[in-house]
Write a protein that binds this ligand. Structure first.
Ligand SMILES: Nc1ncnc2c1ncn2[C@@H]1O[C@H](COS(=O)(=O)NC(=O)[C@@H](N)CS)[C@@H](O)[C@H]1O
Length: 439
């Protein structure tokens, strides 16, 4: 993309309403613009990152055998009355009436709707196991939306729902989601630690939240520092292998790691003192097992192997896709701006032309642009008539992993400058070598 033809409304000053660095940098980098309290327009750079995250989430959910669907953001109140949650959900639920006076709501989550889809079409245990998921906008009328996309009112969530014949099968689905979440967050350059949590309005008795450690996190957490050494890495996973998924779940959740809601000081004292940590974390996902909490009131049953009708065992599992952008920035930035992990960066390499209009420099930039594009590496070419300092500041602010700087003097020696955003180190090498280095 050429910057002269893009829409990147960067801000020179720090916006006063931003209290945490990710909110400040998302506004300054022209990624989002507030439309109303807790509600944002996603501008090109932010929307591009959101789509990258969405793609990773889709890839890992499909790899785990979960099936994507898309449910509406507006729902009828009828199903929520059937489950008994219409009144329980409280002020966070945005309620409205359509022109015929029918009670509607803006979906904060979708257990009822997905269970209605299931009960209308699945009647035999032979059709199980089944996990359906969506990535869809949600609305929760937070009393105090804040920290930008971290605690919005409208936010983007992957919400998945498993339907199983037995509790044992449903707990395997729980483990399958835990493993798929670990892979997902690692691909985004994040360490998100699964921690025992409280089930809140979703319900159920088994639940883990996934937390990214950050001083600005809203959750208070207590954990054994050894838990930060565990990685899933590239190990080969068979998501149908119950034993393997159970083993990974135990590996990642046997060390002490809990949010303040479930913290047990006596248990925590058993962790060797030098390994006890308390910190703050950003909740980027949560998985739940809640048995027949929805299948009973909604009469979602299947015929079991013995011919009897049984309510299915369920769980629901969410990833905060829009919140993740804030979490990634909190975990990866410096005083000059964002530092995108390569797996989620909006563009792979910035190209800075020190002398726009100079035939040789322009030609070299075009050649590098084409070579990067041919390799599937998206360049953002700052071809504006701006002074170098301004171009460098913009590239540092928006946080692309690499920058290639092209100028007449360097070209005379057959070199361009390649700079790593993460290390700040630069080296001079031929345009071809610079492109190869990034690939
Ligand atoms: N106000 C919010 N702004 C941004 N992200 C949010 C907000 N509320 C929740 N999330 C994200 O959405 C994830 C899932 O939300 S949740 O309430 O824990 N779980 C559910 O709603 C389940 N029904 C999952 S299907 C959270 O882990 C968090 O990362």
């Amino acid at each position: 993309m050429r910057l002269s033809r893009y829409f990147l409304p960067v801000l020179k000053e720090n916006p006063s309403e931003a209290q945490i660095v990710s909110h400040r940098l998302m506004l300054r980098a022209g990624m989002i613009k507030q439309a109303a309290a807790g509600i944002y327009s996603w501008l090109p750079l932010g929307f591009k990152v959101l789509r990258k995250l969405e793609n990773i989430v889709h890839e890992e959910q499909i790899r785990a055998g979960h099936i994507p669907i898309q449910m509406p953001i507006l729902q009828s109140a009828d199903l929520w009355r059937e489950s008994g949650r219409y009144d329980d959900y409280g002020q966070e639920m945005l309620r409205m009436q359509d022109r015929h006076g029918r009670d509607m709501l803006y979906t904060p989550t979708a257990e009822e709707l997905v269970t209605d889809i299931f009960r209308g079409h699945v009647s035999s245990y032979k059709d199980l196991p089944l996990t359906l998921y969506q990535i869809q906008w949600k609305f929760r009328d937070e009393i105090r939306p804040r920290f930008g996309v971290m605690r919005g009112r409208e936010f983007y969530m992957k919400d998945g729902y498993n339907f199983d014949l037995t509790k044992e099968d449903a707990l395997h689905a729980y483990n399958r989601h835990l493993v798929s979440y670990l892979r997902t967050y690692e691909r985004m350059g994040l360490q998100a630690i699964p921690m025992r949590a409280d089930s809140g309005p979703i319900g159920g008795d088994d639940t883990h939240e996934f937390l990214v450690l950050a001083d600005t996190g809203e959750s208070e957490v207590f954990y054994d520092s050894a838990v930060t050494d565990i990685r899933l890495g590239q190990r080969d996973i068979d998501y149908d292998d119950k034993a393997q998924c159970q083993a990974i779940m135990e590996e990642f959740t046997s060390l002490y790691a809990r949010t303040d809601e479930t913290h047990d000081e006596a248990l925590f004292q058993q962790v060797p003192e030098e390994r006890r940590r308390s910190a703050r974390g950003i909740e980027v996902g949560q998985i739940f097992y809640f048995g027949t909490k929805y299948s009973e009131p909604l009469d979602a049953t299947v015929q079991g192997p013995d011919g009897k009708q049984v309510p299915v065992h369920m769980g629901s599992h969410g990833i905060g896709v829009s919140r993740l952008i804030g979490a990634i920035i909190e975990a990866s930035h410096d005083d000059k701006g964002i530092i995108w992990p390569e797996g989620v960066t909006p563009f792979h390499c910035g190209i800075v032309n020190l002398k726009q209009g100079d035939d040789e420099a322009d030609a070299a930039c075009d050649k590098i642009y084409k070579a990067l594009t041919a390799l599937g590496l998206e360049p953002l070419y700052d071809d504006r008539n701006e002074r170098a300092g301004g171009k460098f500041a913009t590239m540092d602010l928006i946080g692309l992993p690499w920058r290639i700087t092209v100028g007449p003097r360097g070209l005379k020696n057959g070199v361009v400058e390649l700079t790593s955003r993460r290390t700040g180190e630069s080296e001079e090498l031929s345009p071809e070598a610079a492109v190869t280095r990034i690939a």
